[in-house]
Design a protein around this ligand. Sequence first.
Ligand SMILES: [Zn+2]
Length: 85
Amino acid sequence: MVGCKCIICRLTEMVESEISGKIYNDIMDHMNHCENCSSLYNTFIKTIDLCHNMDKLKLPAKRKKVFHKWVRIEARRIVIKRYRY
Ligand SMILES: [Zn+2]
């Protein structure tokens, strides 16, 4: 059984498809039942999409890396605040 905290910790890995197999299925299963986590996931996906659209504007590779890192940190910070972990 996967808890909300686990989902949040794995969110960036999920988005970047670094997770597969049983844990992936467990997480997807949890999100089907948990409104908090599914809305969080959707918000996160949208943020990442924004990133990728910005990539099309040809950010220099160095900046792109920094930006992606910032998004990860920021997203995690917001989540921690929101759910008070
Ligand atoms: Zn949850």
